[in-house]
Write a protein that binds this ligand. Structure first.
Ligand SMILES: NC(=O)c1ccc[n+]([C@@H]2O[C@H](COP(=O)([O-])OP(=O)(O)OC[C@H]3O[C@@H](n4cnc5c(N)ncnc54)[C@H](O)[C@@H]3O)[C@@H](O)[C@H]2O)c1
Ligand SMILES: O=C(O)[C@H](O)COP(=O)(O)O
Length: 343
């Protein structure tokens, strides 16, 4: 069996190859290819998003391959057109955004992916900033680095709330949103949520509009995917609908937020602070004022990264691919039509 392993700066080709040999047996032939970060662009190509790697070079490796494993590699129509015996594609992504699913289905190739693969890492990060932002932990630390000692300001003037006194509004109750809600329960926070595609979520108070969530929340955290519907949905109207002095957290995607409107909301005091792990564009660039403000905790898109995430993602995707090859069943197929008989 021939397994093409496309690695990148997050998950190496060698780790895919090692896991494939362990799961499929020592006779497995692996072909390792690595994207050339940072020289190669990251983004949209040929109808797929958030990818990195040369379409033509990856396509060259596909004839004769039984399995393609990748994290960021673009699995486009051009790549899939070279599939002459490809049985399955395994993607270590929470959403199969770098795969042309229509092309995969047309070539009868099911795509395994890992919904919620890093939900624990993101949710813990979110709880971390929900605790540290209102209490000025990062801000206070930065003051000390600059030789300033101002406990009075932090203890009396700007001290924010404990989570048990907060209503937290979650926008998007998918894998990450649900986990954040579970963790918040332990802190005694009231959790409300808005998700137009979800009817019920155990233990979570679902409200029927975004405005309803924004108007009652002391902290709002975004956990929706980037879609045409959510793009720039946090605009001046949304920030205006939030409680005066509330806090805003975005670990989802930068493009969901109108950054100029966010800046205005911070400048006017409508918001007391924001924690942003994602920007539009990324990297934000030295001129983006959001990264220079003491009331913003900015991080370089790291919420989903933990020591466990990469290795567990590789193991999980290879296990699911092996299960499909042995039994025809897989846990998470992104294009179930490709599994239908006669497809
Ligand atoms: N910062 C990071 O490192 C990191 C890591 C993992 C995921 N993410 C991002 O976090 C977000 C959540 O990831 P997930 O795995 O929970 O995704 P998911 O697909 O499991 O859940 C997304 C939820 O958003 C909901 N949604 C769609 N449109 C909506 C709308 N208009 N308003 C409110 N909700 C809406 C969907 O119904 C779904 O329940 C995604 O944007 C993902 O890309 C970021
Ligand atoms: O980069 C991110 O936002 C996540 O780590 C990756 O998200 P995905 O695996 O859901 O695409």
């Amino acid at each position: 069996m021939r397994v093409v392993c496309v690695g990148d700066r997050f998950i190496s080709a060698a780790s895919f190859a090692h896991a494939a040999k362990e799961a499929f047996g020592p006779d497995t032939e692996t072909v390792e290819y690595s994207t050339r970060w940072p020289d190669e662009a990251y983004g949209a190509v040929e109808g797929v998003k958030e990818s990195s790697g040369s379409v033509d070079e990856i396509a060259e490796l596909i004839p004769g391959a039984d399995v393609l494993l990748t994290h960021l590699g673009p699995v486009t129509a051009t790549v899939l057109a070279r599939a002459d015996r490809l049985k399955v594609v395994g993607i270590t992504r929470g959403g199969p955004v770098n795969v042309d699913l229509a092309a995969a289905t047309a070539h009868h190739v099911p795509v395994v992916y890992l919904p919620g693969r890093n939900l624990g890492a993101v949710a813990e990060f979110v709880i971390g900033v929900m605790i540290t932002m209102p209490r000025g932990v990062v801000r206070g630390s930065a003051e000390l680095v600059h030789g300033r000692w101002s406990p009075r300001a932090f203890r009396y003037e700007t001290a924010g709330p404990e989570l048990r006194a907060c209503t937290v509004g979650l926008v998007g109750i998918g894998a990450v949103g649900r986990r954040v809600a579970q963790l918040l329960d332990a802190f005694g926070a009231r959790v409300v949520a808005y998700d137009p595609h979800v009817d019920r979520a155990d233990g979570i108070e679902l409200l029927d509009s975004l405005e309803a969530v924004l108007s009652v929340s002391d902290i709002v955290s975004v956990h929706s995917r980037l879609t045409d519907e959510t793009r720039k949905s946090f605009d001046s109207k949304a920030f205006g609908a939030m409680k005066h002095g509330a806090y805003f957290v975005n670990t989802a995607r930068g493009e969901i937020v109108d950054e100029a409107a966010l800046l205005e909301a911070l400048d006017s005091g409508q918001l007391s602070g924001a924690a942003l792990d994602v920007f539009d564009p990324e990297p934000p660039g030295p001129d983006n004022p959001l990264v220079h403000r003491p009331d913003v905790i900015g991080t370089p898109h790291l919420a989903g990264a933990s020591r466990q995430v990469s290795s567990e993602s590789v193991q999980r995707v290879v296990r699911d691919v092996a299960s499909y090859l042995h039994s025809g069943r897989m846990d998470h197929c992104a294009n179930p039509d490709a599994l239908k008989e006669g497809s």
